[in-house]
Design a protein around this ligand. Structure first.
Ligand code: ZN
Length: 407
């Protein structure tokens, strides 16, 4: 039937979200435009729509220069870092024990090797924050170097395919920092003890963002919630991650234009999955505190349109009746398969609150993370919109089935 029309609509949305809007980083004008675009469309299909706001920090970086006696080293300002203009001696540190023993006050500290192998979780990040990260951050704050230079390679799990990756990406951490490749770090380490100069041009801007929460169905106290995060990483058009999920939800909203079932349906554009403090996720938790029991099933869509491989779904804590409904409905669709469990996504909000969840992503998520995600390569060309259409249709069928079952 009208599925060609849905493919065309998906193409238009993809261009709008990733080309006409050049950046959807939280707090930016583009992020607001994307949220307004989403809210306008879901409202036009008869969803009751809220856009609750939160405070956040937007950020602009205008480059960094690092020199030793006139010789230049390539470095990049860490996202959300404060800027600086410093000349000071260089101290090189490779392990936490070395940092503990070092005097770095009035110095520039180069972190490389073991201490710089994982991106450090932001200090106020609520969901996952290992002790060894917190220890490094605490030591740095106590020892107060003038600025931090991090030499990094890759951390595919946390930051996708970025090389080098920013060791610190935290608007709540006030020691200025830059990052560089491990190769450049090796070269710089030879100048330990010498005076080096670092100028990093960046500023933080107080801003606002919002979630978009759209509801339909007679009974909001028994609802299925569908998430797709609408923000994108700084420097990435975010076509797969996660304009794809957002567009699948927009198509679903259209397919549910005439829905009048009892089961509540809540479609949410969450704003903050790729931002240091997850403000949209935190807001959603606060708004729903004490009310998670109303959620029959939580569904999260992230990176669902990759042109290679199938769409993969995975279940978490689903009771047998819901699990069998999901398998029954989704097995009808070619190109949608059951895949490996995957934890670091927004469906974590449901799991934290002991609610059943369904996560939907690409079967080739590891390939995407290693090569495309969070980089300028995450462009509309890597998204196949026909996959978004079949996913939206499958989800519509699942919701109608759950409504019929009186889930
Ligand atoms: Zn994502």
């Amino acid at each position: 039937m009208a599925f060609t029309h849905l493919s065309e609509r998906a193409e238009t949305c993809l261009r709008k979200l990733c080309v006409e809007i050049p950046s959807r980083r939280v707090g930016s004008e583009g992020n607001r435009a994307a949220a307004d675009f989403f809210a306008g469309i879901v409202a036009s299909f008869g969803f009751e729509t809220d856009t609750p706001e939160f405070d956040c920090v937007d950020w602009k970086g205008e480059g960094a220069s690092l020199t030793v006696k006139g010789a230049a080293f390539e470095s990049f300002t860490s996202p959300y870092s404060l800027g600086c203009e410093v000349s000071a001696p260089l101290v090189v540190v490779s392990t936490v024990e070395e940092l503990e023993a070092a005097d770095v006050s009035n110095s520039l500290v180069l972190l490389r090797g073991d201490i710089a192998k994982e991106q450090l979780m932001p200090k106020n990040f609520p969901f996952y924050n290992p002790d060894h990260h917190r220890r490094i951050i605490k030591l740095l704050e106590a020892k107060e170097p003038r600025a931090i230079i991090a030499a990094t390679s890759r951390d595919v799990v946390m930051v996708g395919s970025m090389y080098p990756f920013p060791l610190i990406e935290d608007g709540d951490f006030d020691i200025p920092s830059v990052y560089m490749t491990d190769e450049e770090g090796k070269r710089l380490a030879r100048h330990a003890g010498k005076e080096i100069s670092l100028e990093s041009r960046a500023h933080r801007i107080a801003a606002k963002g919002c979630n978009v929460i759209a509801r339909k169905g007679a009974n909001p106290n028994r609802r299925v919630v569908l998430f797709a995060h609408i923000d994108a990483r700084i420097g990435s058009p975010g076509a797969g991650d996660n304009a794809s999920g957002v567009i699948a939800l927009l198509l679903l909203a259209e397919l549910l234009a005439d829905y009048s079932g009892d089961l509540g349906i809540e479609i949410v554009a969450l704003n903050g999955e790729d931002y240091y403090s997850n403000p949209g996720e935190q807001q959603y938790l606060a708004i729903n505190a004490g009310r998670f029991d109303e959620i029959v099933l939580g569904i999260n869509l992230d990176d669902v349109g990759y042109y290679r491989g199938d769409i993969a779904y995975s279940l978490y804590d689903c009771p047998p009746d819901i699990a069998s409904s999901i398998h029954k409905v989704l097995s009808i669709y070619k190109g949608i398969v059951e895949g490996k469990p995957w934890y670091p996504g927004d469906h974590g909000l449901f799991l934290l609150n002991q609610r059943p969840a369904l996560a939907i992503t690409s079967e080739l998520l590891e390939e995407l993370m290693a090569e495309i995600t969070h980089t300028p390569k995450d462009r509309p060309e890597i998204v196949d919109v026909t996959k978004l259409v079949s996913l939206a249709v499958a989800l519509r069928d699942l919701l109608l089935h759950l409504n019929q079952q009186g889930a």
